[in-house]
Ligand binder design. Structure first.
Ligand SMILES: Nc1ncnc2c1ncn2[C@@H]1O[C@H](COP(=O)(O)OP(=O)(O)OP(=O)(O)O)[C@@H](O)[C@H]1O
Length: 260
């Protein structure tokens, strides 16, 4: 994965990568999934988003991308207000299921799709596709049919489709779901050297421990905890009271012993 260093750093802004103010969201005829939550994520942070099934993690991501319209509150991405149904190339979402992201006849076409919609020049589109395929290690798959790829290959191609847009903030929804051990390790290695601001929603708490410098615990529409991953996830009673388990690797490292 050394190639990544050959590419320029993504530009970051003085503004927070993501600022969420009193965000509320309810699906029709349902109680609030997000109930007036507020937090900020600074440029360059790697944040894990945890919570039991149905906590609202995907809903938060879809709101940040403008796919869902919040009931109340506001979100800003690098200082720009998020508007529902308005595409913002500064934020990219890697869907939980890569099949939701891959629909073209070839991998190359799928990765080119975003830059083409940004109406970039043909040479810039080619450059972006080659760059994204190289960074994700999927260049050899460029002419393959996406739906015939393995789960791990699809995952990395789905990431390439997002990277080709050059977003400064990338939201990963359960990126390690269905990956075998080597594909998961490749993903972790990739995430660890990613240069963008990233938020990873995952039940793979060990992955978050390796990759993230901060974790947010969401449950029943509220932010329950926000802080150092070892401290938050190492708190067994906190984790268990929100339907989660303290990661196995933290049992020999009680939170109080963790050096910050
Ligand atoms: N389109 C929808 N219509 C109605 N309710 C929905 C819809 N999508 C999600 N929900 C409900 O909203 C709540 C939050 O769902 P969400 O997918 O955001 O949770 P999550 O934290 O991502 O869960 P998981 O860990 O299982 O992926 C759940 O109770 C879910 O059933």
């Amino acid at each position: 994965m050394k190639q990544l260093t050959q590419f320029p750093r993504i530009k970051t802004s003085e503004e927070s990568a993501l600022a969420v103010h009193d965000l509320k969201f309810s699906y029709p005829q349902q109680p609030a999934v997000l109930d007036q939550i507020s937090f900020q994520i600074e440029a360059g942070e790697r944040v894990g988003l945890i919570g039991p099934n149905g906590a609202g993690k995907t809903t938060l991501f879809l709101s940040a991308c403008g796919i869902l319209k919040p009931t109340a509150g506001e979100m800003f991405i690098f200082g720009e207000s998020v508007q529902a149904e308005t595409f913002n190339p500064n934020v990219g979402l890697v869907f939980q299921n890569p099949d939701d992201q891959l629909f073209c006849p070839t991998v190359w076409d799928d990765v080119a799709f975003g830059p083409e919609n940004l109406q970039l020049s043909p040479s810039e589109i080619k450059h972006r596709v080659e760059e994204a395929l190289t960074i994700t290690g999927t260049y050899p798959l460029a002419q393959r049919i996406p739906h015939q790829l393995s789960g791990g290959q699809k995952c990395m191609v789905a990431i390439a489709t997002v990277l080709a847009m050059h977003p400064q903030l990338i939201l990963y929804d359960e990126p390690s779901a269905n990956l075998d051990l080597s594909a998961r390790r490749r993903l972790i290695d990739f995430l660890e050297i990613s240069e963008q601001t990233i938020i990873i929603s995952s039940h793979d708490l060990e992955l978050l421990l390796e990759v993230c410098d901060r974790v947010i615990l969401l449950n029943q529409g509220q932010i329950i905890a926000d802080g150092d991953p070892h401290r938050v996830m190492g708190n067994q009673s906190l984790m268990e009271s929100h339907g989660l388990e303290k990661p196995h690797s933290l049992f020999h490292h009680p939170p109080d012993a963790h050096q910050e």
